[in-house]
Write a protein that binds this ligand. Sequence first.
Ligand code: DGL
Length: 272
Amino acid sequence: MEKEKPIGVFDSGIGGLTVVKRLISSLPRESIVYFGDTARVPYGSKSNSTVIDYSVQNTNFLLSKNVKAIVVACNTASSIAIPSLKEKFDVPVIGVILPGADMAVNETKNGKIGVIGTRATISNQAYSKAINELDNKIKVYEKACPLFVPLAEEGWTHHKATYDIAEEYLKELRGKDIDTLVLGCTHYPILVDVIQDVIGKNVKLIDSGIATAEVVKNEINRIGFETNSAVPGNLDLYVSDIPTTFKQVAELFLGKKINEVVKVDIEELHKI
Ligand code: DGL
């Protein structure tokens, strides 16, 4: 029965938990199976073909856990691998770029939007294309911030080094008069306080996880896949490596205790 299957979510690491948090708020009775590819993070500096290979492997793993839909909770993988995943797999595949772009377009008042993301997301112009397809008069200013990913994985949410690096990355966007800034990497909401302080209180930050959770909710309702369960869903966490900080940062971010994180050998599984 499709309805009672969990939703599968993957990211290169811990960042996709920012999307899981939003999914749990929007769809509390759905169970979620999460895979964080912590052994191969970051994806943002890898080639497109590697990101596609990894995304296919991650999806195969989640499908082996009997999921009813795949949420690509990674902007890098969403910007590169969605067409391949849609072509290869029968289940609904939902990425984070289009929901985030849509939310930013609805939010901006002055038509100037900043986007920060990994090198891959920015060089593929994933957001500027998606935003300008919705409204071609909007000016989009993009900036790659690759060091934010390891800072988030380390849990350095308010560290002085995080402030210094944010200053360096965001100074050019501060001169562009943007009123909206897309956090175009699912790791970045972990650093939201620093990013908001440095970019300024008047700039609205867009967390694409919020928009994505709404799209997932609408999609599973539309296709009649919503659970009938009356109790809160389970969250099963799998990773390809268990960094010492994973559990602590994940708990901090999800705001709840995690029972178990299971390590899987993603490349070995793929050979089978
Ligand atoms: N969290 C991911 C994203 O949204 C990937 C970060 C990375 O692995 O470089 O882009």
